[in-house]
Design a binder for this molecule. Structure first.
Ligand SMILES: NC(=O)c1ccc[n+]([C@@H]2O[C@H](COP(=O)([O-])OP(=O)(O)OC[C@H]3O[C@@H](n4cnc5c(N)ncnc54)[C@H](O)[C@@H]3O)[C@@H](O)[C@H]2O)c1
Ligand SMILES: Nc1ncnc2c1ncn2[C@@H]1O[C@H](COP(=O)(O)OP(=O)(O)OP(=O)(O)O)[C@@H](O)[C@H]1O
Length: 524
């Protein structure tokens, strides 16, 4: 075929072999087709642009080959994930079938004939459309919360789970009757963005079956606490509840009288790890420190905590110990308003560790993690990153990463804001920064914060967790912190807002000032 020289611009579409090329191009959906085109012998006397065109086709061929390779490996990966997913699903179904339904669970409890004041139990809806036995339509069931943990746990949770009381959580806003829990906070129907659903609401806990087991945790070395604890144990036994205390407390009780031999305890750390499977309710007798202590015993899910105030301040302890009977009666009966207090999970990553993932055990804090200069007389030098973005370098005494519950503790003393405990956020509060403009920050709950001790740091830094367990951080070491999935549910006396305002008024005398007198100068 002779080249058509009528074309002045040398456009490929005007070539004599135009139709042959175009047909081939339209069929070009495989590397093979491209290869065929490339391998066509070039016509004698072909012009430069034809050579260029053939080069271009060669490049297209390479790209298509790479795309085909990529697609094949993506397909292989997808089918591997699908296989893993199917396996996981099958495993879950088998596990679900092994466990009693919540209705059966409830029957178990009633059979045990536990004396408990009026329970208004709602039957759980179990239909064919709702195969997940623990999924609540209008809230979350306790089993659902425990279910995730079970997947990670090597312990035999299922058999133990059956002994636990089940409950259901409801979300509500003042003035709003609809307590349906929705995960969609933002809607963007028809292109309009609205935030109709609040991410954080007042939460209400309803028992689905009566609580049976109470763990009492007490502040050590306090006579008043010992007296109330002994009295409470006797009363709880009268209303047929099982009682757990710490080994130290059991020994103290038995030293008083052998009557207390029915009180249960645990032997070692493994016993502590299993507590959440046995305990329906935790009662604390002490101050905020005892609530922190209670939270620290639970490395995963935490049962609802009823904190009685037997300390000096008590931001997290709204209940009066003198009225423990009325208060516990109403809590055992439910429903209870609760504050879901977020915890931070902290990992110390050692420079010596070979990989990022070779970390020490995560530590959960209810108040805060503090990184300070400890006994070192040098300024701390801490590089801070938020989701890998550089935030700042802390040069001063240190930094507090606090939950909103901890906002009224050390962070407050270092100049941080007081934040309602139900606000989802992480407070980033410097301690005595040596700069004029370091204002505290509040970061969103979903971020991961990394505090790095740089290699050129003059001294070591020290991390402490809710004021305890100091760990040294050397140059190159880091602390990584994010929101934990295991909050601490504490019972409210009123509701979470009421209790929070009450605590800052009573505990801190917040903004207390004598009211200005009526008589005096006035605007004319
Ligand atoms: N300068 C300070 O204010 C400072 C210094 C160190 C530790 N702390 C706080 O102490 C906490 C440990 O408490 P502890 O009882 O085991 O030790 P602790 O016995 O030394 O008590 C510290 C004080 O902090 C109060 N507190 C604890 N948590 C609180 C909270 N969430 N809101 C308001 N006040 C709170 C306690 O009631 C107590 O009065 C740490 O988590 C830290 O927040 C504060
Ligand atoms: N069961 C416990 N075992 C060991 N330590 C505990 C226990 N309960 C509380 N603590 C510790 O005892 C300390 C004091 O406890 P708490 O804050 O409850 O009492 P307080 O200091 O008298 O109260 P306040 O802080 O309101 O004045 C805290 O550091 C806390 O961690």
């Amino acid at each position: 075929m002779a080249p058509d020289t009528s074309s002045s611009n040398g456009n490929a579409s005007n070539l004599p072999s135009e139709n042959g090329f175009l047909d081939s191009l339209s069929l070009l959906n495989s590397e093979k087709a491209v290869k065929e085109v490339i391998e066509q012998p070039l016509v004698e006397g072909i012009e430069g642009h034809l050579v260029e065109f053939s080069e271009a086709m060669r490049t297209v061929g390479k790209v298509l080959r790479r795309a085909a390779d990529g697609k094949a490996s993506a397909q292989a990966e997808a089918s591997e994930w699908k296989r893993k997913y199917e396996l996981e699903r099958e495993k879950n179904l088998q596990l679900e079938n092994k466990v009693l339904s919540p209705a059966e669970l409830h029957n178990n409890h009633t059979e045990k004939n536990i004396e408990n004041s009026a329970q208004h139990l709602e039957p759980m809806h179990e239909t064919k459309e709702q195969p997940q036995k623990y999924r609540g339509k209008y809230g979350i069931y306790s089993h659902e919360v425990l279910w995730d943990k079970e997947q990670n746990s090597c312990s035999n949770v299922h058999s133990k789970l059956l002994r636990k009381a089940s409950f259901k959580l409801h979300w509500s806003c003042k003035g709003e009757k609809n307590d349906q829990h929705k995960h969609d906070v933002v809607s963007f129907e028809k292109g309009n963005i609205t935030t109709a659903e609040r991410s954080s609401k007042q939460i209400c806990l309803k028992w689905e079956s009566p609580p049976q087991t109470v763990l009492i945790l007490t502040k050590p070395n306090s006579i008043s606490v010992k007296v109330i604890c002994a009295e409470m144990i006797r009363w709880l036994k009268e209303i047929k509840l099982s009682i757990y205390v710490e080994p130290r407390v059991r020994m103290e009780l038995l030293a008083e009288s052998s009557y207390y031999s029915f009180v249960q305890t645990w032997k070692d750390d493994d016993g502590v790890l299993l507590l959440h499977e046995k305990v329906d309710l935790v009662v604390t007798l002490g101050g905020d420190g005892t609530v922190l202590w209670a939270a620290s015993l639970f490395k995963g899910p935490v049962p609802p905590i009823v904190p009685f105030s037997l300390g000096s301040l008590g931001f997290m302890t709204p209940f009066h110990s003198e009225q423990y009977r009325e208060c516990l009666k109403s809590i055992l009966q439910g429903p209870i308003s609760i504050t879901l207090r977020n915890r931070l999970q902290c990992h110390v990553i050692r420079d010596a560790a070979k990989t990022e993932y070779e970390t020490e055990e995560p530590i959960l804090v209810l108040n805060e993690v503090t990184i300070d200069r400890g006994i070192s007389s040098f300024l701390t030098n801490l590089e801070c990153y938020c989701d890998n973005s550089f935030v700042t370098c802390v040069q001063g005494d240190g930094l507090i990463l606090s939950t909103t519950s901890g906002s009224t503790a050390y962070s407050l003393a270092a100049g941080g804001s007081m934040v309602h405990p139900q606000v989802p956020g992480i407070l980033f509060t410097p301690i005595c920064p040596h700069s004029l403009s370091f204002r505290p920050l509040i970061l969103p709950e979903h971020v991961t914060i990394r505090i790095q001790v740089p290699f050129n740091s003059r001294g070591h830094a020290w991390a402490s967790f809710d004021g305890k367990d100091r760990k040294q951080l050397g140059p190159g070491d880091a602390l990584v912190c994010s929101m934990s999935v295991w909050p601490v549910p504490t019972a409210c006396r009123g509701d979470s807002t009421n209790d929070f305002l009450h605590s800052i008024h009573e505990g801190l005398h917040w903004n207390l000032r004598k009211t200005q007198s009526f008589d005096g100068p006035r605007e004319s």
